[in-house]
Write a protein that binds this ligand. Structure first.
Ligand code: S3P
Length: 448
């Protein structure tokens, strides 16, 4: 868990060429789902490439608390002996999901239609985030919830003893909400229908099908209609988790900004519901290519090659692309500061309820380093200074948010003077090898 330890101040110093191969860790979204669905299957699910960040390790602990056997093996692979749909045991203690919104929301969904009670908590960031977006639809199954004011953790969920299937139109573009409803629907008899107006990451749908659930997706005038038949017997899977595009974003963007760089980031999941950043960077004029495109474990994968890109231009990022790059706007804003012209990012209200208010966090830190940022409720824009022209020299707050901390470290790599963050500790939630990996490419990120 992050947010409980002593802050770790970090500084990133402007660097020369970054070069080499950046093997980023496994996908966080797929890692959480591998453990949770593995725990709901009957038999042994085997996982390679699992992200061993704090967020996912908290989910592994939670699955043990609900009765699954979760083991890490000497060869680095993991196995999960599942208890079957509806088979969760009642945890003896409070479930601490640390910093992880994905962990807590998906697990709440998975237990919501089981006749058990569980209490959830997290760190200061997670305990400030809205949970009603998940508990509202879960109530339709017959689940009861008692939480703090504004639907905040700590929160106790009393699972429905006699769940009914639901039909739910997701009111915000959120894969966590969609997935929580689908996971709850697994233990409800009949068909649970989830409708999303904007397509969000579809790992849950793909993986549910892989585990043997009956699930269909239809594009209609109403949106994407996902229909899941409840009470399947989920069969265990062998899962190779692809590397995380959201983590790849950091070495990729750093390579675009540090003079002379040429970095290969192999084996990156390029599911279209996740790859919006790379499309955007290419539109801005980034020298970013996809090599060796292939399919692995049902997900499109490629090796990304990023080279120094001194002539990037600001663009208007299409709002309809937001869901496919929602976690990447912080690091995109760093690239935007190094482009010429203004980059406009609209339709991004969801950024205000992530691990931090990411528009506010980035705006403050960018301004502290000499970059002009304008913002409204659901948009923000960054005025580019041109490559290598960001003054730097500022200290930024990371607000318990891994992606904010890493984005400012990338800012320092291409600035005129070093950039610092007050606390890089949260980086361990999603990218525990960030510092050695960046050092291996030639970056200078140091702890004070
Ligand atoms: C995730 C969904 C997104 C994303 C998060 C991971 C998931 O959150 O920001 O990092 O794995 O389902 P929202 O559902 O809040 O958009």
């Amino acid at each position: 868990m992050s947010g409980h330890g002593t802050p770790i101040p970090m500084t990133s110093t402007p660097c020369g060429p970054l070069s080499g191969v950046a093997e980023v860790p496994g996908d966080k979204s797929i890692s959480h789902r591998s453990l949770i669905l593995g725990a709901m299957a009957v038999g042994e699910t085997r996982i390679t490439g699992l992200l061993e960040g704090e967020d996912v390790l908290d989910t592994a602990k939670a699955m043990r608390a609900f009765g699954a056997e979760v083991t890490k093996h000497d060869d680095g692979s993991w196995s999960v002996h599942g208890v079957g749909v509806g088979g969760f045991a009642e945890p003896e203690n409070v479930i601490d999901c640390g910093n992880s919104g994905t962990g807590v929301r998906l697990i709440m969904g998975a237990m919501a239609s089981c006749p058990i009670t569980a209490t959830f908590t997290g760190d200061a960031s997670l305990n400030g985030r809205p949970m009603a977006r998940v508990t509202d639809p879960l109530a339709l199954f017959g689940t009861q919830t008692v939480g703090r004011k504004g639907g905040r953790l700590p929160m106790t969920i009393v699972g429905a003893a006699d769940p009914v299937p639901v039909r739910y139109v997701v009111p915000v573009p959120s894969a966590q909400v969609k997935s929580a409803v689908l996971l709850a629907g697994l233990n409800a008899p009949g068909k649970t229908v989830v409708i999303e107006q904007e397509a969000t990451r579809d790992h849950s749908e793909r993986m549910l099908a892989g585990f043997g659930a009956e699930i269909t997706t239809e594009e209609t005038d109403e949106g994407r209609v996902i229909t899941l038949t409840g009470r399947p017997e989920l069969k265990p899977l062998v899962i190779a988790v692809p590397r995380d595009p959201s983590s790849a974003a950091f070495p990729v963007c750093a390579a675009l900004l540090a003079p002379g760089s040429d970095v290969l980031v192999p084996g990156i999941g390029l599911n279209p519901t996740r790859a919006g950043l790379f499309t955007t960077l290419r539109e801005m004029g980034a020298d970013l290519t996809y090599e060796n495109e292939r399919e692995e474990g049902g997900e499109p994968v490629a090796d990304l090659r990023a080279r120094y890109s001194p002539n990037m231009q600001g663009i208007e990022v299409p709002p309809e692309r937001a869901a496919s790059m929602i976690d990447e706007y912080p690091v995109l804003s760093v690239v935007a500061a190094n482009a010429t012209g203004t980059t406009m990012m609209a339709g991004v209200k969801e950024l205000r309820v992530k691990e931090s208010d990411r528009i506010d966090a980035m705006a403050r830190g960018l301004r502290a380093n000499g970059v002009t940022v304008d913002e409204g409720d659901d948009w923000w824009s960054v005025t580019g200074l041109g490559i290598g022209k960001v003054p730097g020299g500022g200290t930024c707050e990371s607000f318990l948010d891994h992606r904010i901390a890493m984005s400012f470290m990338v800012l320092g790599m291409g600035a005129k003077t070093p950039v610092s963050v007050d606390d890089g500790g949260p980086i361990a939630t999603s990218f525990p090898i960030f510092e050695p990996l960046m050092a291996g490419l030639g970056a200078n990120v140091t702890r004070e």
